[in-house]
Design a protein around this ligand. Structure first.
Ligand SMILES: [Zn+2]
Length: 216
């Protein structure tokens, strides 16, 4: 825990008819629900030591964030990519870069750790990297897509053969650019069982990145 950081504890309302349980940094907090006295009932667990090694991943994964409209989605993807060990973020089109002052707020520092580059045309970027030998895949609920969970690393899909993978994530409204989709070797979709037919793009990207890097 860093110096100067607030120390939180878990407090619980002493009113037996309420029992509201919540984290709080102060002492002597009143119950926000009923106003009764509360008491400390637990202290948060200590976080995993950041020096503890995590399992290595043999996949070199980079992302192309093409025309992501929301700053919050871009910032969230920076955090996830940094945490999962994505090697580089290619930003294109309307996707904001860390030079945007508001992006730093949602990226929470990950924007200064993660290598990134920007181009105005995402198709040009995809073509250039594919010509350099990258495997080009997209995350998109297209008719020809296969389930993300059908990807078996190092088996049929060849992940782990040393070839870098560029996973393309597209615009919140129109999805991945058709000119990129038609060049993709594989299109991945995340199973959707609910009433909504798509996930938030940053959530979907996080699920895909962690599966590709650490799944199977
Ligand atoms: Zn209460």
């Amino acid at each position: 825990m860093e110096a100067g950081q607030l120390v939180f504890s878990i407090r619980q309302c002493g009113n037996a008819g309420c029992r509201f349980r919540f984290p709080a940094a102060g002492s002597g907090e009143r119950c926000p629900q009923c106003g009764s006295d509360t008491a400390v009932v637990a202290t948060p667990h200590t976080k995993r030591d950041t020096d503890t090694p995590h399992p290595p991943t043999d996949l070199h994964l980079e992302l192309l964030l093409d025309n992501i409209r929301s700053l919050y989605n871009v910032g969230s993807i920076f955090r996830t990519a940094d945490g999962a060990g994505v090697k580089h973020l290619h930003l294109a089109g309307m996707t904001a870069t860390p030079e945007h002052p508001k992006l730093a707020k949602t990226a929470l520092g990950a924007d200064s750790q993660m290598g990134w580059s920007y181009s105005r045309n995402g198709v040009d970027t995809a073509v250039r990297l594919q010509n350099q030998g990258y495997r080009l895949w997209a995350l998109e609920d297209a008719p020809e897509a296969v389930s993300l969970y059908s990807v078996k690393r190092g088996v049929g899909d060849g992940l782990g053969d040393g070839r870098p993978l560029l996973l393309v994530v597209g615009n919140e409204n129109v999805g991945v650019d058709p000119a990129i989709l038609q060049r993709c070797e594989q299109i991945l979709a995340i199973p959707m069982l609910g009433v909504k037919d798509s996930l938030n793009v940053a959530v979907a990207c996080g699920i895909a990145v962690y599966h590709l890097l650490f799944g199977n």
